[in-house]
Design a protein around this ligand. Structure first.
Ligand SMILES: C[S@@+](CC[C@H](N)C(=O)[O-])C[C@H]1O[C@@H](n2cnc3c(N)ncnc32)[C@H](O)[C@@H]1O
Length: 277
């Protein structure tokens, strides 16, 4: 890992370790999983030609590249704490011949971005992992020009009745996992750290025009049940699973097969705000 100054060392470790490498290796699948939120994110961001866009927790850069295209003669910068994901972001961006997108390896909570250097800050699920959300959003406000826009997506609470919650609870039972592993538990806590709108508003002290809007989405897990189960099991490669258990896991996914893949209903928040003039 390239060293970068961080106050989020546990997350830095996770996103430079097996979890980050899994996201990098399966970039296309994670992008397909999250693609449904893009319309809401980019509607909220309202990027115009000429804009300078910062994509926080950009991962492999899918949204950075969309932002770069919308910004036309402007540009987009993706910032992330994960070296393997940034390697993928740079390779994919070069392969697509995109010349107005660049990437920085840094902790967005701390990094000294150019003051008022951006017109728009966006994030698709990359702002939940900060140890201190208020400090992080203050740092991002400093990077926005006065009147600049913030737009990000984060998960809603995983109510027990959502399809995702039901499927993953059945998965854990079938795999004999009463409790998630400590690493997974820590990741889930971080992932859900902004799921309460009051916490979001509290973290956005100093922003104006804050809106927290529910957006129903479908997450895509695979082409069919077997493909989705193979993908989910690949996240813990050292675990062995019997053929009978695998078949039961596939049965759990089968009701959600559609002609556009295995899709589960979920909910996210679209959060928008502006830096005061
Ligand atoms: C759920 S992934 C989302 C990735 C990407 N936005 C996407 O939609 O594919 C969260 C991302 O946030 C990054 N991240 C976590 N903490 C960060 C921090 N303090 N500064 C910058 N990036 C961070 C992770 O490395 C990871 O790439």
């Amino acid at each position: 890992m390239t060293e970068t100054e961080t106050v989020n060392s546990r997350q830095a470790q996770a996103w430079n370790g097996p979890m980050g490498r899994h996201w990098a290796a399966h970039q296309d699948r994670y992008d397909a999983m999250l693609a449904d939120v893009n319309d809401a994110l980019f509607e909220g961001a309202a990027i115009a030609p000429g804009d300078r866009v910062l994509d926080v927790g950009c991962g492999a850069g899918a949204t950075t590249r969309i932002a770069a295209r919308l910004a036309a003669h402007g540009h987009a910068v993706g910032v992330d704490i994960s070296a393997p994901l940034l390697d993928r972001a740079r390779a994919s961006t070069a392969a697509k011949g995109i010349t107005n997108a660049a990437y920085e390896h840094a902790d967005a909570q701390l990094h000294l971005f150019p003051r008022a250097g951006y017109d728009v800050v966006i994030s698709r699920g990359g702002v939940m992992f900060f140890a201190d959300h208020t400090a992080a959003f203050r740092n991002l406000a400093r990077a926005l020009r006065p009147g600049g826009r913030l737009a990000f997506i984060c998960p809603q609470p995983p109510g027990p009745d959502t399809e995702e919650a039901q499927v993953f609870s059945l998965f854990r039972k079938l795999l004999g996992e009463d409790e998630p592993t400590p690493d997974l538990a820590a990741a889930q806590v971080a992932m859900m750290s902004l799921s309460d709108p009051e916490r979001i508003r509290a973290a956005l002290q100093g922003y104006d025009d804050i809106n927290v809007t529910p957006v129903p989405v479908e997450t895509m897990w695979g082409q069919d049940a077997a493909d989705a189960v193979g993908f989910l099991l690949s996240r813990t490669p050292d675990r062995t699973v019997s053929a009978a258990t695998r078949a039961a896991l596939e049965d759990t996914m089968r009701p959600y097969e559609t002609d556009r893949g295995v899709r589960l209903n979920a909910g996210v928040w679209l959060v928008t705000g502006t830096r005061p003039l």
